[in-house]
Design a protein around this ligand. Structure first.
Ligand code: ZN
Length: 327
């Protein structure tokens, strides 16, 4: 439906946008910046809908012909520019904005262009857009959505109102997913504060599959056979592309064990749905050993970021964890 009231979090940004409407300080160009899935498009759409609403309030009326056209997905004066290509080229900008913005709105107050993944614009595309941003018609509004606004030319940045969307708080994300029968805390820990990232994770089984694998490896490490380590290492190599997720899952697993050791089963445990496994493991490990394992995992993340040899870095980590368990 797109109303500001339905949007979770981002209160300051919403207040900022409402004030602009109320005091007639609407800019012609904006950058909405923030990580994937954090709500940039939802906020941009709601702002566009409000600006076009015939009642002229600070939130859409949901009843006028403009609001209804918007909700049906066929608003004649709101345009979305998106691309599946690697970059957004100069022709895309020329054809979809530069020429089109010269003709007056079909029916409503503004012509609003929302450019998704705008940080994919080539330098030439940005230069083409700049001409429009420098001298927009009175009815023209351009909203750029980006994951990293620093990709834009300084001349673009200086002409736009920049609204930076911060990561959502865990409790805000939880509120959004309150009907889901899954251990949402685990997903939130990997979301970077983005509802969209949690949604993507919930849609695929990959994330939970990796965790199952990881738990299997940790059990194997605890067994006394050295040969296991090389098997685990080989298996881990299959997950090379997702190694950050693997290491973070391992880290959170040992961190959960540490919490259980300190205060028993508690609300801060992230792998709540695996409490029996965690309790079991916590009985066989000392604080010192758990801390050393956490350190080994954290160091491995750093080594891999510095482009250390992948196989060797894993080997050292596994040996360190194993040594700490049996040493
Ligand atoms: Zn309306």
């Amino acid at each position: 439906m797109y109303t500001f009231e339905e949007i979770i979090g981002h209160k300051e940004i919403i207040e900022n946008l409402k004030r602009r409407i109320k005091y007639k300080k609407v800019s012609h160009s904006y950058i909405f910046d923030g990580i994937e899935g954090i709500g940039k498009k939802t906020i941009a759409k709601t702002y566009a809908k409000t600006l076009q609403c015939l009642k002229g309030g600070v939130t859409p009326c949901n009843e006028c012909s403009s609001c209804r056209a918007f909700d049906s997905g066929n608003h004649p004066d709101v345009f979305f520019i998106d691309t599946d290509k690697k970059s957004l080229g100069v022709d895309d900008i020329r054809n979809s904005i530069q020429k089109d913005i010269e003709t007056k709105p079909y029916k409503y107050k503004y012509k609003i262009y929302i450019i998704e993944k705008a940080d994919k614009m080539t330098i030439q595309a940005q230069n083409a857009l700049l001409k429009t941003i420098e001298e927009p018609p009175s009815y023209g509004i351009i909203i750029l959505l980006s994951n990293n606004f620093k990709q834009f030319l300084p001349t673009i940045i200086s002409r736009c109102s920049i609204l930076k969307l911060n990561p959502l708080k865990p409790k805000e994300i939880k509120k959004y997913f309150n009907n889901i029968d899954k251990n949402i805390d685990l997903y939130i820990a990997f979301s970077g504060g983005s509802i969209g990232i949690v949604k993507n994770m919930l849609e695929s089984n990959k994330f939970l599959d990796i965790r199952e694998k990881m738990i299997e490896w940790i059990y194997k490490i605890q067994e006394d056979d050295l040969i296991n380590l090389f098997e685990i290492q080989k298996e881990m190599e299959i997950y090379k592309e997702d190694i950050d997720i693997v290491l973070d899952l391992m880290y959170i697993w040992y961190r959960d064990i540490l919490f259980i050791k300190e205060i028993g089963n508690n609300e801060y445990i992230i792998n709540k749905d695996k409490i029996n496994e965690l309790l079991n493991m916590s009985m066989n490990l000392s604080y010192n050993k758990i801390s050393k394992s956490l350190e080994a995992i954290a160091n491995t993340k750093i080594y891999l970021k510095q482009n250390a040899n992948f196989r060797l870095a894993l080997e050292i980590m596994l040996l360190n964890i194993k040594e700490n368990i049996h040493g």
